[in-house]
Design a protein around this ligand. Structure first.
Ligand SMILES: Nc1ncnc2c1ncn2[C@@H]1O[C@H](COP(=O)(O)OP(=O)(O)O)[C@@H](O)[C@H]1O
Ligand SMILES: [Mg+2]
Length: 216
């Protein structure tokens, strides 16, 4: 359970996300989807109950080590007026060009990045204006993947995209699940169709809207 002051957001919510699966979380604006993501990341703590990671209470886990295992893709477009490469690595010297290329391949961005005039060194423009909305999100996903997370969380990262583009990115997320656990928050239905599990948040409760575990 979790409340912001007197405002109960999650009431005895109980669900599990299997490692290696693709889960989507749907629900109206304000339903508490971001709150669930924040709880999983450990940015906020439940008022009652607990969150377990691989059976271990998150309270007892080193949060910094846990967060290093999470790739997070926010709704806001946070691209810098720099190269594709710089946007993926954010200047982290531990990441080579090859690491960035692999992350771009995994996010489905490599096909268009390699066709750009300067490839990985192409400047994306102010807030990525030289890229389409879908391309921008794929670069954002590559940034999250570059550090080899175990868990990828997307918080309405595809909400601003047209349905076709969102479905394409969904197929990419689907292909990433397996080695990776993927949780995508959305207020649209489109994303839900490709998921192993759909969690629907309504009236402070989470109910499974569909469980279709597939062999991956
Ligand atoms: N930092 C905060 N302080 C107080 N209330 C908050 C805060 N963040 C979110 N809320 C409230 O919690 C509810 C759920 O928010 P949120 O998890 O962001 O919903 P969603 O992501 O599903 O749109 C909303 O009513 C929102 O106004
Ligand atoms: Mg939200």
């Amino acid at each position: 359970s979790f409340a912001y002051d007197e405002n109960v957001i999650l009431d005895r919510v109980d669900f599990a996300i299997e490692a290696g699966t693709f889960t989507t979380m749907v629900g109206d604006s304000g339903a508490g989807k971001t709150t669930v993501a924040d709880l999983i990341i450990g940015l906020i703590r439940p008022d009652a109950g607990r969150i377990s990671i691989d059976g271990v209470d998150l309270e007892t886990i080193d949060l910094r080590a846990w967060r290093r295992q999470i790739g997070y893709v926010p709704q806001e477009n946070l691209l810098l007026h720099r190269s594709v490469l710089a946007n993926v690595t954010l200047g982290d010297e531990c990441l080579s060009d090859a690491d960035a290329e692999q992350a771009l391949r995994d996010s489905g961005a490599w096909t268009f990045v390699r066709q750009m005039p300067d490839g990985i060194h192409t400047i994306v423009g102010e807030r990525g204006t030289r890229l389409s909305g879908g391309q921008r999100q794929r670069v954002m996903i590559a940034r999250a993947l570059a550090h080899h997370p175990r868990l990828l969380i997307l918080d309405e990262a595809t909400s601003a995209l047209d349905q076709r583009t969102e479905q394409d990115i969904c197929a990419t997320l689907r292909s990433l699940a397996g080695p990776l656990t993927v949780v995508a928050v959305t207020h649209q239905r489109a994303l839900a169709d490709a998921a192993d599990q759909v969690l629907r948040l309504t009236n402070c409760k989470v109910r499974p809207a569909g469980l279709r575990l597939q062999a991956t």
